[in-house]
Design a protein around this ligand. Structure first.
Ligand code: SF4
Length: 149
């Protein structure tokens, strides 16, 4: 709250919709509307049942552009799955087999905090050496000195 005014820090919003559900008279959906894209849910056939993984927190979807971006997104998954998926394997199982980082890079999607399923215990995304300042090389003696009890 800022005085009497309720403000939302848009860049921190994960679009979970909790606020709209609990405060329907204070908030309403904005004009910028679209979809959250989750991929990979399935019933138990080969493996057990599986929830989907959130891949795109928000994609603008509109009849005005014939759902073009959404259709392109789905077709990219289909093309990749036809190439890489094993016989009778569902998309979710293929994603699990290759790993989320590979799936995201196939889809051309940068990892974002919303992709993390369980912070700390299961980070999902690991940095590549070229993405870490100074790389992975380190002076182990110097490192131990800094972390000595
Ligand atoms: S949609 Fe969810 S994350 Fe965004 S402001 Fe509402 S409660 Fe917070």
């Amino acid at each position: 709250m800022e005085g009497d005014e309720l403000k939302i820090d848009d860049k921190e919003c994960t679009r979970c919709m909790h606020c709209i559900n609990v405060m329907p008279r204070a908030l309403r959906p904005g004009a910028d509307q679209g979809a959250t894209i989750c991929v990979g849910a399935k019933a138990p056939i080969l493996d057990g049942a599986q929830f989907s993984t959130l891949i795109v927190p928000f994609m603008k979807v509109s009849k005005d552009n014939d759902f073009e971006e959404l259709i392109d997104f789905i077709e990219t998954i289909w093309d990749w799955w036809m190439e890489v998926g094993k016989n009778r394997e569902r998309v979710g199982e293929t994603m699990q087999r290759v790993g989320l980082p590979t799936f995201l890079s196939v889809m051309g999607i940068e990892p974002i905090p919303q992709h993390i399923r369980e912070p700390r215990s299961n980070p999902y995304i690991f940095w590549k050496e070229e993405e870490v300042e100074g790389g992975f090389e380190r002076d182990i003696v110097e490192f131990r000195k800094r972390h000595a009890a």
